[in-house]
Design a protein around this ligand. Sequence first.
Ligand SMILES: Cc1cc2nc3c(=O)[nH]c(=O)nc-3n(C[C@H](O)[C@H](O)[C@H](O)COP(=O)(O)OP(=O)(O)OC[C@H]3O[C@@H](n4cnc5c(N)ncnc54)[C@H](O)[C@@H]3O)c2cc1C
Ligand code: SF4
Ligand code: SF4
Length: 949
Amino acid sequence: MSGDPVSAAARRELVRIAGEQGVLDNPEDLKAFSYDAGIYRVNPAIVVLPQNAREATEILHFAAENGISLTLRSGGTNLGGGSIGPGIVMGLSRLNSIDLSGISDGYVEVGPGVILKELNDQLAQRGYFFAPDPSSGLACQIGGMIGTNAAGAHSLKYGAVKENVLGLDFVPVAGDPVWLSPMPVKGPPEEWRGGGGMPRGFESVLENLPLWAPVLKKHRKNVSKNASGYNLFDLADRLYPESNIPPVWDPLRLVIGSEGTLGLVTKARLLIRSLPFRKSTILAFFYDLLSLGGAVAGLQGLGPSALEMMDRTTLDLVGREKFSIPPDADSLLLIEFDHEPQDELLKEAMRILSGYPSPSPARIARSERDQAELWKARHALFPTLYRYDGVHRPINFADDVAVPVHRLPELLEWLRSYFKGAELPVAIYGHIGNGNAHINPLLNLAESRSMSLMLDISRTVHRTVIERFEGVPCGEHGEGRVRAEFLPEVYGPEVYRIFEKTKGFFDPEGVLNPGIKISRTSFLDNIDVARVVQPCATCGKCNTVCPSFDVLRQESMGARGWYQILTDPAFRDHPPEGVLDGCLNCKSCRTVCPAGVDVSAVVLEARSRFRSDPLTRAISRTLLLPGRLTTITGWLGRTQPAWDRPLFRKALEEVTRLLFQRFYPSARIPSGLALPRLRSTSLRRKFRELTEEGGRQGDLAYFHGCAANTLDDGVGESMIRLLGRAAGRRLVLPSQTCSGTPIETYGHKDLVREAARQNLTTLQSYGKIVTGCASCTLALRDLPVHFPEGSGERERAGEISRRVVHVSQFMLDPEMAPVLREIRENADRESDGKRVTYHASCHLRAAGVVDEPHDLLEKVLGERFHIMQDEDRCAGGAGTYLLKNPEFSREIFARKEKAVRESRAHTVTTSCPACQMTLRDRLGDDPKVSHLAVLLSRYLSPDEKSSFR
Ligand SMILES: Cc1cc2nc3c(=O)[nH]c(=O)nc-3n(C[C@H](O)[C@H](O)[C@H](O)COP(=O)(O)OP(=O)(O)OC[C@H]3O[C@@H](n4cnc5c(N)ncnc54)[C@H](O)[C@@H]3O)c2cc1C
Ligand code: SF4
Ligand code: SF4
């Protein structure tokens, strides 16, 4: 489906409102806004990204006055095609302000573009949280959560969004924005008119409500989670309460969950709660679903904060071994308690569970880390299913049914036998405590029968849920395009007519979010088979960690968009330059992708085909020849005092700008950049007796990489001091060449392979290979990918990569325990009480080294170690990105700087040369920046320091 073109005059008007930067109509931009996390593709004619509520309001009114379709979009994680549409797509991600000033009164005010995880990270620092927790929390934004009345595992205790919003700034299609909040009604509700100033839509609803209320009451569903239709049910219930409760006009109930079809939300006042003092999670396993259902009935009386189930296919996929799930477990229940008396609750829960046959006894996860792992697996379920077999995909088209809670076990059994009959693999999981099941049949959409199969499944499942189980097709994901055609059947024709009227009152011309919720279009229209069969689930989790997306808040300039653009046949042979050059190769996306997609690999593959320039190739060649490299850096090091001066640096900036501008217009060595001191004598030369060429043999290799060999920052010396203390091991600096990361970044894949081959040859004989550099750690861990599958080289590379450890891991190894003890004792003795924080370099996290630096710093520094907020956000250096695009690198750094300053640390420690350089350049000397090895080696006993060599 394509939108009607938007006229040149309309475009001009949109540019007037949102500025040139806020209006996108390049083919790649339109592509990036043509999908969400559902199965559809609808091409917008134009995308507008307002910066503030005023611009967003003007855009909405302009579209409405001119009859141009407009679809609202926040995080674009909707599973039903609810945030895509023809005409204008208005992306609200840039409206991301967070006002915490109401915290002491129990609320915060936020823009619709605030990402849930980011809000909760900020709140957590202050001891609070916003309770609704959809599994997409890493990527979804508040506007979309309000649009769908999102809910999650903890809605069992804390409710969905509608129970957690106190007020909204609402912009109707025509007329001024209004502040909406629940209002007590004085006098008889029938006569109450809200005191005027209400948008026309609400006035008309209010007028009709006395007539509609009995109909709504008659057809209301007895489900505890419901995102089907407009929530006129609550509106009527609150205005005409049955008991003596005073009547309330609560327009929020109608707006929340209306999927952007009634108006725009530009600000929300959210209810916040204090973080629970502690939580415990129980894992229980069952042989069959009926036992699970029985246990749930008993457990509910204990008031758990979450009750989540996963069926056997789902368990196979999350990894039975990883979570010690018995092979014969048919299903699993996660039970969480976050209130007291927790020990007693746990005891009682275990007693209830022991009444059901189980393949293995229930287990309690008490530590935060264990619980986080479990919940991480649960939250990533849908995209993880993309790993199923490379062909079948979990298709979201009957994924969100909700039934009365007591009927869920029966429904689950029915679903099982239905899918068994259809001979289809299916994953079933969900919020069992709320009667809400997620159903993901695994289909191969490339098969011709897939469409008729989908039609069959959708009709059978939805109709059975509605008719036999008295449930609704959607508990929390919204109708979107995927369930809209079933809405008339959910509550019957009378209620559907009320829904249609409601939509008409608010949006008479049907401009807003056409095709969504109120639509009879078949759910099979506009399915994007070509995209859905790819390995990416379009869940959007990678966007949130992508530094480019973080700054630009633009789908076409972030990880998910780049993947989608570069794998679309329309762009495969003509990738846009902005897309090719935008990625920093930080690899953060890879650390979060549940589907196992490496977006940076796709970008680098494209770069190697289209962006491999002769200049960076020549530089890369030098990196492959360490002798030549150190001759150059040695000379530069000796002469640095002469050239590293303002005038010369100015000239250097101009020369490098000229050199690079043909390939990378913004690239240069900025005159203001604080360069690290270069060694006049390389590390290998200084420690020649430890090198292979110096005749040294041993089993412990220090892979120093280019940076420690050429930069005079004490890292190499510190690493050697630390590793030299490994008892019973003999340290060697093996022959080595660049690990390949900077070369790879510029697309020279063949040279990376050359580097990998050289390192493969020289590293083979070492029992342990220790690195101090984040990028080298990752590159060596990734060594096998450079060799063909099934080749001997790949196997050998695999063996080497398993022996690679980062210094933080090595220091925690039992063999280093005496050294660590000595360091800790000295650190205690010398403690000045000054705070140390840690910047978690992206490449190190991508290499899987996440907890060890924390554990190590905690062991050595105790309470002096402080975890800063956003420690895992990119610092913008990213190898040479701070030279390739210095201005944008600074914009990325702004967030890191804020976090560092707020940490009030005296020292920031890290283990990536580029991060160190960036942090030093931008922070100056306050706080100090220190490599992890340098920090640790300071606490080695002085005699040991000198005695090593
Ligand atoms: C892996 C995965 C797991 C998920 N798990 C859950 C889950 O556990 N629970 C759950 O509820 N959902 C879940 N979802 C669905 C989805 O993430 C949620 O519905 C989420 O709230 C959507 O937020 P968003 O910012 O991405 O919204 P979008 O997709 O951008 O928009 C959603 C809807 O809201 C409307 N909208 C957006 N902004 C505004 C605004 N400012 N004003 C008015 N309307 C607006 C849009 O038009 C659209 O109809 C999941 C999705 C994925 C991919
Ligand atoms: S690449 Fe991975 S994280 Fe990103 S959208 Fe696709 S599946 Fe989600
Ligand atoms: S590597 Fe970094 S910059 Fe590139 S797409 Fe992934 S997260 Fe974004």
